[in-house]
Design a protein around this ligand. Structure first.
Ligand code: 8YV
Length: 329
């Protein structure tokens, strides 16, 4: 018997990609709420909500235990984004609630952006363009030679998942040696594995963090790691701001403990510390890793396709590991 999707209530708390909102509205009974504050959950929502679609970004309060507990008939939380640190997936898993994310569809885009950010950081492309636009090429002559080059660098990748591997593939084509740190070595991968982040940082001069957020990686890149990277060190973060001690990065850039940093993610987005903005050796992007129209459309579709697959076919398309055991009620 075909599931009557139009009778299933899906709650959208906060802002979500318009394509997801449109498709959820066309497919399900959609209810929108401004926050994930459990106090805003009415008795009617408590009774009816079976799905949630959420994009916990831009200062949006997270999907925490109290919100999940406020929805006793909730079966699935479809998260917009491969990173799902904004959703308490462990609590969801224990409560019999599935969580899905949006892997694969953004992998190559984020890897492309990472290479752009790395090149920009090392060869100062943004600053060189600003120099031209300010008329300084004509008035002062050629832009100064850059202290750094990509040539001869050894790259360490922190977080060798799908995106980390896509970055590594690109850098191999650039002729650079790759090493990595992960909780475990990735089977079948030929790059040098370091069981500690400090060991990796000591062995390389270019560290790219693609690590997911969450308690296990909180402030993993700290003053010690940056010191291990050394004076020729370049640090790039495309993963999550929470994986870095941001004050330590500011200090390391200001004191020249490392040469430069390229950051797409920050601790308290969209707020970026003025001290970071003031540093000429920091290249800063406003979390644009996956932010092309095509890739965001694909992510928006995967959010909705996970909901449809759950309620129609009895499984999520891309469930997260913590809730892989959860089955429909
Ligand atoms: C998005 C991301 O910026 O997928 C992720 O984990 O960080 C990005 O692709 C974010 O999820 C959208 O708000």
């Amino acid at each position: 018997m075909a599931a009557d999707l139009a009778s299933i209530t899906v709650l959208v708390p906060g802002k979500l990609h318009p394509r997801s909102v449109r498709r959820i509205g066309e497919t399900f009974r959609m209810v929108q709420l401004e926050t994930t504050d459990p106090a805003k959950v009415t008795a009617a929502l408590r009774e009816s909500v079976r799905g949630v679609a959420v994009s916990p970004a831009l200062g949006f309060s997270a999907v925490g235990p109290a919100f999940l507990d406020a929805l006793p008939n909730l079966e699935i939380v479809a998260n917009f984004g491969v990173g799902y640190d904004g959703v308490d997936a462990v609590h969801a898993g224990k409560s019999g609630i599935a969580v899905s994310n949006t892997p694969d569809v953004l992998t190559e885009e984020v890897a492309d952006t990472t290479i752009g950010l790395l090149l920009n950081t090392v060869r100062e492309l943004s600053r060189a363009e600003q120099y031209l636009r300010a008329g300084r090429w004509a008035s002062e002559g050629a832009y100064p030679l850059t202290a750094a080059s990509l040539r001869g660098r050894k790259v360490g990748i922190f977080g060798m998942g799908r995106i980390g591997q896509a970055i590594a593939r690109r850098l191999v084509a650039f002729g650079l040696p790759i090493a990595y740190h992960n909780r475990r070595p990735v089977e079948g991968l030929g790059y040098d594995y370091y069981p500690t982040l400090e060991g990796l940082a000591t062995a390389v001069d270019t560290l790219i963090s693609v690590a997911p957020g969450g308690a296990a990686t909180e402030k993993a890149v700290d003053a010690r790691i940056l010191a291990a990277l050394g004076a020729n060190g370049v640090f790039v973060n495309i993963g999550r701001g929470s994986t870095v001690d941001e004050q330590a990065v500011i200090g390391a850039l200001a004191n020249k403990t490392i040469l430069a940093a390229g950051l797409d993610v920050f601790v308290d987005e969209p707020r970026v510390p003025q001290a970071l903005i003031d540093l000429p050796n920091a290249t800063l992007l406003p979390h644009v890793g996956s932010a092309s129209m095509a890739t965001r459309d694909a992510m928006a579709d995967l959010v909705v396709d996970n909901l449809i697959s759950w309620f129609r076919d009895g499984h999520a398309l891309t469930p997260v590991a913590e809730t892989a055991h959860v089955k429909p009620r």
